[in-house]
Design a protein around this ligand. Structure first.
Ligand code: C2E
Ligand code: MG
Ligand code: MG
Length: 489
């Protein structure tokens, strides 16, 4: 930098060389001074663009990566952490209010979050709906939590009208490492910040990336891998299999049917419960091919039952909303049933009550068509989901499966307060039959009988059984002359 005669500051490039005499000694120096201010300005702009996000003016991902690489290599800063703010829910606003609206909102977020910057808290915008704070030389974990809570407070008041939430992920960068995979660090941060993001939630939740989350994420990946293999395999494998839990008619004592419950077992994972792998299958849409395999297996079992002379028994199959809303779900199911010569009256489908919150009319239409074809439709986990009475009246299902929560209630000291009987009578008034789920104790059975519940399912009758055991169960039941010992009390 030089100052001109008029006092102006200029960027200059000085070039010079010596002038030598015949003896090789320096006689003089000659040189030129070039004004490179314009070139410098262009360079500065390029550097700025390389390091900053255009829309918000914040630092961008590239700059974050280069800064982290440098700091980790030079072992700069005593403690280092990243806090990721995931605002993917803003996409919902784009759908409703347009691109410009959400862009402006992101700008507002950037300006507001900037106010939390200090010398050792830098703010970045690595991706469209994400922000990252890079913190260094902080005291301890508590400081990170306190800081995240202050961010939540800021964001909460900013989104007060939009009523959306998001996720905050915290990742501490281990000390004393020379080589660190920055991509991996950022991916982990993303995992932590995505962990609790719910499309319909209105809160911000904090999640630390730690060994536990890592184990969870690895397990989830292993499950997805196992499900992928099953989905891609044309032959039916035994890694995905069904167990059958009896449903007994309380009025007649006869076996009404079985609920088909999916299980996953692989060498690497052992036995994985459906409560763990079904949500993963739903999230990845693998539930579509897997659900088809479940249906095929259940229908095969129906044919096996027929071979043993049981042609009145129903098999109830759990169906996810993703399956149900697939346009060709009904036609494919009907095709399969006719190919396998299945009588529709032997087939039941269980649909959880929560699905009605999403697309009530559409789902109700699908149910109506299935019922017209003779299938039996049960609303699963009834009482825990979308319980608007006005809608319940219009539900086209045959039966309500009363959730275990209301059956457990019957074990509490104050039976008078249990609303289970009200649920039974409400379902009856609306023309639906009732199945009680998760009946484990005789006291529950007695109550359910007294208040006219139609059917029960639960460990008191039997745990879910393998195919062979399910057939043994039926045979035993025949011998007992439709009078299970527990029914007579
Ligand atoms: P669900 O349909 O409500 O199934 C009832 C669950 O309660 C089953 O758990 C069953 O084993 C359990 N259960 C039955 N009686 C008792 C009892 O007396 N006490 C206790 N504590 N539990 C009892 P499971 O097999 O772990 O299945 C969990 C959930 O996974 C099912 O809940 C269903 O929503 C889902 N699921 C299972 N198989 C499939 C499937 O093939 N497709 C889909 N989409 N979901 C499935
Ligand atoms: Mg079920
Ligand atoms: Mg249930």
């Amino acid at each position: 930098m030089s100052i001109t005669a008029t006092g102006e500051k200029k960027w200059v490039l000085e070039m010079g060389q010596g002038v030598y005499n015949d003896d090789g000694e320096v006689e003089a120096l000659e040189g030129i001074v070039l004004d490179i201010s314009d070139r410098k300005a262009i360079e500065d702009t390029l550097k700025y663009n390389n390091e900053h996000d255009r829309w918000t003016g914040l630092y961008n991902r590239d700059y974050l990566v280069s800064l982290l690489e440098k700091d980790i290599k030079l072992k700069k800063r005593s403690k280092k952490a990243l806090i990721g703010i995931n605002l993917s829910t803003v996409q919902l606003l784009t759908v409703n209010y347009g691109f410009q609206y959400s862009q402006n909102l992101i700008k507002k977020v950037a300006d507001t979050l900037s106010q939390h910057c200090t010398d050792n808290r830098l703010l970045f915008r690595p991706r469209e709906h994400r922000f990252i704070f890079y913190l260094f030389d902080y005291k301890d974990k508590n400081e990170l939590i306190d800081f995240s809570n202050s961010l939540i407070k800021t964001l909460g008041s900013l989104f007060i009208t939009e009523r959306i939430g998001g996720g905050i992920g915290i990742l501490e960068i281990e000390q004393n490492q020379n080589e660190v995979d920055i991509d991996l660090l950022l991916r982990r941060l993303l995992i932590a910040s995505e962990r609790y993001v719910s499309l319909f939630g209105k809160d911000f939740k904090i999640c630390f990336y730690d060994k536990e989350l890592e184990a969870l994420v690895n397990r989830e990946r292993d499950i997805v891998e196992a499900l992928n293999v099953i989905a891609a395999n044309d032959h039916i494998t035994d890694d995905l299999f069904l167990q059958y839990q009896p449903i007994v008619n309380l009025k007649t004592g006869s076996v009404f049917g079985f609920e088909a419950l999916a299980r996953l077992r692989t060498e690497k994972l052992g036995l994985v419960p459906p409560l763990e792998f079904i949500p993963i299958a739903e999230k990845t849409k693998l539930i579509l091919p897997l659900g088809e395999k479940v249906i095929v297996k259940a229908l095969r079992f129906l044919n096996k039952l027929k071979e043993h002379g049981y042609d009145e028994i129903k098999i109830s199959i759990n169906i996810s909303i993703t399956q149900l809303l697939k346009p060709d779900f009904i036609s494919k199911l009907f095709e399969l049933m006719s190919e396998m010569q299945i009588n529709p009256k032997n087939v039941g489908l269980e649909i959880t009550e929560t699905v009605f919150a999403t697309d009530y009319d559409n789902i109700n239409n699908v149910i109506e068509k299935l019922r017209e074809a003779g299938l039996y439709i049960a609303i699963d986990d009834f009482g825990t989901g979308y319980s608007s009475l006005s809608r319940e009246t219009g539900l086209k299902a045959d039966c309500m499966k009363i959730d275990k929560y209301f059956i457990d209630m019957l074990l509490s000291a104050n039976l008078n307060k249990a609303i289970t009987s009200d649920i039974i009578s409400m379902a009856h008034k609306l023309g639906h039959s009732t199945i009680a789920e998760g009946v484990e104790h005789d006291i529950q059975l007695q109550y359910l009988k007294e208040y006219g519940c139609d059917k029960i399912q639960g460990y008191l009758i039997s745990r879910p059984l393998d195919e062979e055991d399910a057939i043994v169960f039926l045979k035993k039941h025949d011998i007992q002359g439709e009078q299970l010992s527990i029914m007579s009390s």
